[in-house]
Design a protein around this ligand. Structure first.
Ligand SMILES: *Cc1c(COP(=O)(O)O)cnc(C)c1O
Length: 361
């Protein structure tokens, strides 16, 4: 077996023990004589899988009882429409645009009402979380939308958004389960699975119960949180296999010591990488120090040719998918929960070596 260190932003690495367990159970899940992929979603075996996945997630994330957890489809991008369709009661919402995905969320929401950007860091190519406070939020807005971790630019909210009395809605696609958060600080949290949780397609929604039942009449049933909540995420066939894998990942996080332990490891990993890059002559970091992400580390040299050379040389050494997003250029190392410390140490050592040799590798 030869596994690489994969720094892809998503889909991304999954914990090896999870993949191994899935492989073991692939053709015969616990004596059922079938794969989870082949199983009716209404069968007792599957019912146990989805219930356990939700229960584990609730424990690990300490989800309060007055919040629903939904397993939906369509990726985080589908939530860009579902959020305004469900939550815009009076037709007003405020958005912080701190990167690519929050920009897309804003654009989608504009189709449905009076939507305002209250802060953006676009003028510095999203190298930081823009400053704003309660006074910038319209008090009659139905919600304030933020993206907690900006996957493409490598920035993260390192303090809780100051949203005043307005409900806070948060895209946590690329940082969910990477750090402890207080769910009740948020009205709703959503996350695509393919960064920290499991296979692409599955989308997790955590929503406060009093927000259900306000969807606009034209909202497709598949996007109506109340319809999905009433049906236990099984209004239609859910992404069964993705939920099963996510359940194994939740268990893996729990067995490792939960999100607190995960956070400790993630801080250690990010620290190794940021320090290594800061110690070089060739490489520069994109994100400002107070906005740095623990999950996505963005950096570059002064030359796109040198960047390409670095990415290619790293790949030859078993460190793949390090090219940055075209909007930032340079490199991006995504070091989600499943990236082992050794993978970060190996990359840090290579960055140092590349720098010492002036790129003549
Ligand atoms: C990846 C990502 C998305 C988009 O997810 P899809 O599943 O591709 O729709 C949205 N927001 C953030 C923060 C992301 O990292």
């Amino acid at each position: 077996m030869s596994r690489v260190y994969n720094y892809s932003a998503g889909p991304s690495m999954l914990p090896l023990p999870v993949l191994e367990q899935a492989a073991k159970e692939m053709t015969d899940y616990k004596g059922t004589g079938m794969s989870v992929m082949e199983m009716s979603h209404r069968s007792p075996a599957y019912d146990a899988i989805i219930k356990e996945a939700e229960a584990t997630f609730r424990r690990v994330m300490k989800v309060p009882d007055n919040y629903k957890v939904l397993f939906l489809q369509g990726g985080a991008s589908t939530q860009f429409a579902a959020v305004p369709l469900n939550l815009m009661k009076t037709g007003k919402a405020d958005y912080v645009v701190s990167g690519e995905f929050s920009g897309k969320a804003f654009k989608e929401a504009k189709k449905y009402g009076d939507v305002k950007v209250i802060a953006t860091s676009e003028n510095t190519n999203f190298d930081r979380i823009p400053a704003f406070n309660e006074a910038d939020v319209r008090p009659d807005a139905d919600y304030l939308h933020v993206c907690y971790n900006n996957t493409i630019f490598g920035t993260h909210f390192n303090t809780l958004p100051d949203n005043g009395q307005v409900d806070l809605v948060c895209d946590m696609s690329s940082c969910i389960m990477s750090e402890p958060i207080n769910v009740s600080d948020f009205a709703m949290i959503y996350a695509g699975a393919q960064k920290n949780v499991g296979p692409a397609g599955l989308t997790i929604v955590i929503i406060r119960e009093d927000l259900l039942g306000n969807a606009r009449p034209e909202t497709p049933a598949m996007l109506d949180y109340k319809v999905m909540a009433d049906a236990g995420s099984m209004y239609n066939t859910p992404p069964c296999y993705a939920i099963y894998i996510a359940g194994l990942v939740f268990k893996w996080v729990e067995d490792l010591g939960g999100v607190e332990k995960m956070h400790e490891i993630n801080k250690k990993k990010a620290d190794i990488l940021y320090k290594a890059i800061e110690g070089t002559k060739l490489f520069h970091l994109h994100a400002q120090p107070d906005s740095r992400s623990l999950m996505n580390v963005t950096f570059r040299t002064d030359s796109p040719e040198m960047d390409k050379k670095f990415v290619a040389a790293a790949a030859e050494r078993g460190m793949v998918s390090l090219a940055g997003h075209r909007k930032v250029g340079g490199m991006r190392a995504s070091i989600y929960n499943a990236m082992p410390v050794e993978g970060v140490e190996k990359l840090a050592a290579f960055i140092k070596e590349f720098d010492e040799k002036g790129g003549e590798i």
